[in-house]
Design a binder for this molecule. Structure first.
Ligand code: ZN
Length: 322
C-alpha cells in the first residue's frame, strides 16, 4: 500500500534524522565538556575527601576516588579503565609505599602524559613503620625493606592539614581562575579540623587511661602519636590477615583484663568478630573506630567526610579512654 510506504519512509527519516542530530550534537557537547572539566583522580579516601572539600562549588570538577568505597585498599590493583582515567586526568594524587605499590607501575606508564602527579606523602610528616604491641609478625613482611614509611598518613589532624594545604596549592596551579574559592574552602575545612581536634583533645585531657586495644589491624599510628596514646593490636597497620593466633588473642585479653580496659576496637569494613571475641571474654565492649583507611559504601553514599568520620570517633574514644 502506498500510504503505508509513505508513513514508513517518514518514520525512517525521522529516526535517521534524530540519530544524526544526537551523534553530532552529542559528541560535540561531550568534547566541550571534556575540555572544560578539571579531572582529578585520588587513589585514597582522605585525599579524595580533601579535594572534594577544596573544590566545593566548582561544577567543572570531575573527581574520581580510584580505589573506591567498601574495598580493601591493600588488595587494590588498577584496572585498564583505571589506567585510562589516570592517563586522562589533570591531577593524580597517590600515597605510594607498601600499600600502593601498584603506583610505581602506573607512574612508569605516565611518562609521556600531561598529568600532574602528586605523591601526597611528600607533603606530610611521615614516620617509619613502627612495631605495634601485640601485633602478629607477618610472613610477607619479612622480606620488606627496613625503614619503610607508614603510609597511613591521614589520621592525624596535623597531617590532614598539611595534605589539604598541599592539595589546595596544587589546585591553584592547575586552575588559577578559581584560586580564591579553593583557598576559602581549604581554610574552612582546616578550621573544622581544628574543631574536631579540640574535641578529641578535651577527651584526651580527661582520660583515665591511655591505651587503646584493637582486636584488628591498627592503621592509626599517626593518630596514636599525635594524641600521645599507647596501643596494642592484633595486627600492624598494613596486615591483610584477619585470623589472629590463639596466643595473640590471649595476650590482648590479658591486657584488657589487667588494665580493666572497657572497649576493644575494630575498624571500618570489618564485622568485628575478633574484637567481639576478646570483648566477650573480658567483659569489655567491642566498638568500631573509623580509621579512614577506607569508607564503607553506605558511608560514602551518605557523603561522610574526614570530619564526620572523626566526629563519629569522639564517642568511641571517650568510652575507650574512660
Ligand atoms: Zn593500610
Amino acid at each position: 500500500m502506498k500510504i503505508r510506504k509513505i508513513v514508513f519512509s517518514i518514520i525512517a527519516f525521522a529516526i535517521i534524522g534524530l540519530l544524526v542530530f544526537f551523534l553530532l550534537y552529542g559528541s560535540k557537547k561531550k568534547e566541550i565538556n571534556s575540555e572544560q572539566k578539571v579531572k582529578l583522580v585520588s587513589s585514597n579516601f582522605a585525599s579524595y575527601d580533601f579535594l572534594r572539600a577544596i573544590t566545593k562549588g566548582n561544577n567543572n570538577i570531575e573527581l574520581v576516588f580510584l580505589i573506591g568505597p567498601g574495598k580493601e585498599a591493600h588488595s587494590y590493583d588498577p584496572t585498564a579503565q583505571d589506567l585510562i582515567k589516570i592517563g586522562n586526568a589533570d591531577l593524580f594524587v597517590y600515597i605510594g609505599g607498601e600499600m600502593e605499590k601498584w603506583a610505581d607501575k602506573v607512574l612508569e606508564s605516565m611518562n609521556d602524559k600531561n598529568v600532574n602527579i602528586m605523591c601526597i606523602a611528600d607533603f606530610a610528616d611521615t614516620i617509619k613503620e613502627q612495631e605495634v604491641d601485640g601485633a602478629e609478625e607477618e610472613k610477607e613482611k619479612e622480606e620488606e625493606e627496613e625503614g619503610a614509611f607508614d603510609e597511613h598518613i591521614w589520621s592525624s589532624p596535623n597531617n590532614a592539614i598539611k595534605m589539604i594545604n598541599a592539595l589546595e596549592e596544587k589546585m591553584e596551579e592547575i586552575d588559577a581562575e578559581n584560586s580564591d574559592l579553593y583557598r576559602k574552602n581549604a581554610d574552612e575545612y582546616i578550621n573544622e579540623i581544628h574543631e574536631v581536634d579540640n574535641r578529641i583533645q578535651s577527651i584526651i585531657d580527661n582520660k583515665k587511661r591511655d591505651r587503646l586495644i584493637f582486636g584488628d589491624k591498627m592503621p592509626m599510628q599517626y593518630f596514636i602519636n599525635y594524641y600521645n596514646l599507647k596501643v596494642s593490636a592484633a595486627f600492624s597497620g598494613c596486615s591483610t590477615e584477619t585470623e589472629p593466633s590463639a596466643s595473640t588473642i590471649t595476650y590482648l585479653e590479658k591486657i584488657v583484663k589487667e588494665q580493666q580496659i572497657p572497649v576493644v576496637l575494630y575498624i571500618e569494613l570489618n564485622n568485628g568478630r575478633v574484637a567481639k571475641t576478646i570483648a566477650n571474654e573480658t567483659g569489655a565492649e567491642a566498638l568500631q573506630i573509623q580509621t579512614l583507611h577506607n569508607v564503607s559504601l553506605d558511608d560514602f553514599n551518605n557523603g561522610e567526610t574526614w570530619i564526620s568520620l572523626m566526629n563519629r570517633n569522639i564517642e568511641v574514644l571517650s568510652k575507650a579512654l574512660q
